[in-house]
Design a protein around this ligand. Structure first.
Ligand SMILES: [Zn+2]
Length: 203
């Protein structure tokens, strides 16, 4: 089964799980849970800066950060990296004990601490060979609003909604307040803020 990255390199998806034969994104309720969480999480991560750049420049100088091109780790504890910093992450993961934290809630924090302490990959440390070419060639993640709309195409009394941070699909009772509940805090995608120190809720 062909594997494909979407939006950012690093996470890879089985093409058949994500796309229809026509190359459209599958309706999300047909996609396996883990795949769906990653896919939705990617829509949230698109356009975020590299974690390492952010640690260097900080919020005030956020404009100087490179946009992330790579994502590693598990959704919610993922590390975002630019091409300049991927090798530092890989070195940490392979040679500096990072892989011991694989799957742990502190995965990202551990890398941040290591990097913030001034640790780096040795000069010339190789990254992965990414066989495929430029980032431009990756399919872009689906549009979350469009996905939410498609989820509810076959509306039958309960509305489904995707949590844009966790990728969970929730069912909501349809009620009269429909329209006011669009600001449901879980569903709000506050793309403007990147708070790397934030503790994300665990699932
Ligand atoms: Zn960077």
């Amino acid at each position: 089964m062909a594997k494909v990255s979407i939006g950012l390199r690093g996470w890879r998806f089985d093409e058949d799980e994500v796309f229809t034969d026509e190359g459209e994104f599958r309706p999300l309720d047909e996609v396996p849970d883990d795949t769906r969480r990653r896919l939705i999480r990617l829509t949230y991560l698109q356009g975020k800066p590299c974690d390492a750049c952010y640690l260097i420049h900080g919020e005030a100088e956020k404009k100087r950060c490179n946009p992330a091109e790579f994502v590693y780790g598990e959704p919610m504890e993922e590390v975002l990296l630019c091409a300049d910093h991927e090798a530092d992450f890989l070195y940490w993961y392979r040679e500096a004990g990072g892989s011991d934290h694989r799957g742990e809630e502190t995965f990202r924090d551990e890398f941040h601490e290591w990097f913030a302490a001034g640790e780096r990959a040795p000069e010339g440390y190789g990254g992965l060979d990414h066989v495929d070419t430029g980032t431009d060639e990756l399919p872009t993640p689906p549009d979350p609003a469009e996905l939410n709309r498609r989820l509810n195409e076959n509306y039958e009394g309960k509305r489904k909604r995707i949590d844009l941070r966790t990728g969970e699909i929730r069912y909501e009772e349809w009620d009269e307040r429909r329209g006011d509940d669009e600001d449901d805090e879980d569903a709000v995608d506050d793309v403007g803020d990147l708070d790397l120190g934030q503790d994300y809720p665990t699932k």
